[in-house]
Design a protein around this ligand. Structure first.
Ligand SMILES: Nc1ncnc2c1ncn2[C@@H]1O[C@H](COP(=O)(O)OP(=O)(O)OP(=O)(O)O)[C@@H](O)[C@H]1O
Length: 616
């Protein structure tokens, strides 16, 4: 049996509890590290004199979040970290898991089995505070899709399904298996159940080391009880020990506490007493000697390399299928847009009814086509919130190494194609046939293909925006702003020869996809048409719309599809670059601490050692 099997159910997270060391701020923490039972090749994690600082915007120096922490976690143990909000629990967990933000500086030593090394895929897993889950999936779907992605292809589909079901049961979620996770606007699982789904997904590979940021837990802390009692802060009878300890060291509500909750000693003083006492206690010495012992004993300890996850093709297929189901169930992704497009199509058809072939119809046809190529495609930004949600799930799964960025881009692109085809075809047919645009099914097919390419392009553009600005409001404004500029420079509102040369003509007119969309649509519409006074369509294209007539409408369409590929590659490039740059920025930021200005929050804190190595 895998070592993990003993520690799966969530209640186990709150059963064992040990404070290894309080920080120099004297704040213990509530997050947990679950280290699995030793089966001979378990993971020993030690950290010594761990410092993390961030730039302090106001004081132009650095602010220490963690100050000289030392501790250890052994296989088969569950370690919970407690403390008031904002004291640095997540930061400690991030530092131990090698996930600190790029603006942080880290010093100290974090060792795995006595050595500085990165954890191989499947050896550790991290469950963050936010449950970034696909809300439209049921529990069993979410876990099974994840099993297909994470588990190697040497396992059959049935085995993966069994592993998923077993893990769901181990997490006590069997009654909610067919319940959708739910989110905004659609209640599904409770907050605690969502946490368990997140944990369940990370348990699938049976990691040896599990980092849990705020699992639901009540704490049992006999050890800490005596820690505190000896220093003059005994836990009153009938009071939850963990509540008492947190109240004692919580500076945020100091006044209330001083008014009688914790006695007469001010919080700062209490923290000071506890810090000094801890630093001179046997416990502290024991922790340090334990760390030294572990490092010595495990110095040559090999870390088993876990088997690989599903191969690239499986990842692409599973991600496409998962994304397809999500898009189908998420009304905001395409269905709502389809409804609005149909209404707009009917609106356009009535405004531009009976176009005819008189000279007035030239302007009317141009305006109708421009509206379709610009405004209908512009509305694709309505799907932005769904893209952002997708990106959040991707980021979580990517950080945990579930699959590669290329597979994600592949899945996201291919799952969207059928929906985009549908929302191009149905409203496209209404807009095309009701007003009476150029007769002939070949013209209609071209029109729909071009609309499809434009929709795909705007989606690709918005994915790029989502990867750079993962915030609904700023993302939508950014996307709208970029498209607004492109529409202006596309050669309709100001004809190509009249566009001011700097910026608008060179380069914007040639970069904006609207140029190719207008040109393709206009050629498709006007070529072959005859208007009153024997005016032919080609003449209109050349003289009125100032189009470049040296190449066919199919070239415009090909350029648009080429742009789609280019945009998607840019999207992939951004994701990969951000991933690659993060460790570089982190390494750059991780300069020895003595070179930085310390803003010491606690006078008892010992300064960090200059020659410590930084953990990645
Ligand atoms: N990358 C960062 N840049 C700037 N400040 C940071 C960064 N990471 C953490 N902090 C700050 O460090 C402090 C500790 O944050 P952290 O999230 O570790 O606290 P926490 O104990 O986990 O809190 P909570 O229990 O509320 O989640 C906070 O004041 C936070 O604003």
């Amino acid at each position: 049996m895998s070592s993990l099997d003993h520690s799966i159910p969530v209640p186990a997270i709150s059963r064992a509890f040990e404070v290894v060391e309080s920080s120099s701020n004297n704040k213990t923490a509530t997050h947990s590290i679950n280290v699995n039972e030793d089966d001979g090749d378990g993971v020993f994690l030690t950290w010594q004199d761990l410092w993390v600082t961030v730039p302090d915007g106001q004081k132009k120096g650095n602010r220490s979040i963690l100050q000289g922490l030392t501790g250890y976690a052994r296989p088969g143990e569950l370690l919970a970290i407690m403390g008031p909000s904002g004291c640095g629990k997540s930061t400690l967990l991030d530092a131990l898991a090698g996930r600190l933000g790029s603006n942080t500086r880290q010093a100290g030593e974090i060792l795995i089995n006595g050595r500085k090394r990165a954890l191989a895929y499947g050896t550790s897993a991290y469950v963050t505070q936010d449950d970034a889950l696909i809300t439209t999936l049921t529990v069993s779907e979410a876990v099974y899709y994840s099993a297909q992605l994470q588990l190697p292809d040497t396992m059959t589909k049935l085995q993966k399904k069994e592993r998923a079901e077993m893990t769901i049961k181990e997490m006590g979620l069997q009654d909610a298996m067919n319940t959708r996770i739910g989110g905004w606007g659609a209640k599904g699982l409770s907050g605690g159940q969502k946490r368990r789904v997140s944990i369940c997904i990370e348990m699938l590979t049976r990691p040896k080391l599990l980092f849990l940021d705020e699992p639901t837990s009540g704490l049992d802390s006999a050890a800490s009880y005596y820690f505190f009692a000896l220093n003059g802060f005994p836990c009153p009878t009938l009071q939850n020990p963990s509540d008492h300890f947190l109240k004692t060291i919580n500076k945020d509500f100091q006044e209330d506490i001083e008014e009688g909750l914790a006695g007469v000693i001010p919080t700062e003083e209490a923290i000071d007493i506890l810090t000094k006492s801890y630093k001179s206690s046997d416990n502290y010495l024991q922790v340090r000697s334990q760390v030294a012992e572990i490092c010595k004993a495990q110095d040559s300890g090999a870390l088993e390399k876990k088997s690989a996850h599903a191969d690239f093709l499986t990842q692409c297929i599973v991600l496409t299928s998962r994304s397809f189901v999500n898009m189908y169930r998420d009304l905001g992704y395409y269905w709502f847009r389809l409804g609005v497009y149909v209404l707009l199509g009917i609106g356009l058809a009535t405004v531009f009814s009976n176009l005819g072939t008189d000279n007035n119809s030239i302007q009317a046809r141009g305006s109708l086509l421009m509206f379709v190529a610009s405004y209908l495609t512009f509305m694709t930004i309505g799907g932005f919130p769904s893209f952002v949600e997708d990106m959040k799930v991707f980021e979580r799964e990517r950080l945990n190494g579930h699959y590669g960025a290329t597979a994600f881009v592949f899945g996201n692109t291919f799952s969207a194609l059928p929906y985009l085809a549908l929302i191009s075809l149905i409203p496209g047919a209404i807009v095309y046939y009701l007003p009476g645009l150029h007769e002939g099914y070949q013209h209609f097919i071209y029109f729909v293909l071009l609309l499809f390419a434009c929709m795909l392009l705007v989606e690709s553009l918005m994915m790029i925006v989502a990867s750079l600005v993962p915030n609904y409001l700023t993302g939508i404004i950014t996307g709208a702003g970029i498209q607004g500029l492109m529409i202006l420079g596309g050669g309709f509102f100001r004809l190509p020869n009249d566009l001011p040369h700097p910026f608008w003509k060179y380069p914007l007119y040639y970069i904006a996809f609207h140029k190719y969309a207008y040109q393709g649509m206009f050629k498709n519409e006007f070529e072959g048409l005859k208007f009153d006074n024997n005016l032919d369509g080609e003449q209109v294209l050349r003289d009125k719309w100032q189009l470049q007539m040296g190449y066919s409408k199919w070239v415009d369409l090909a350029i648009l599809f080429g742009m789609v590929v280019f945009y998607r590659l840019v999207f992939l490039g951004i994701i990969k670059t951000v991933e690659k740059m993060k460790p570089v920025v982190k390494a750059f930021m991780s300069v020895p601490m003595k070179q930085t200005t310390q803003i010491m929050e606690n006078p008892c804190a010992t300064p960090p050692q200059e020659d410590k190595i930084f953990y990645q």
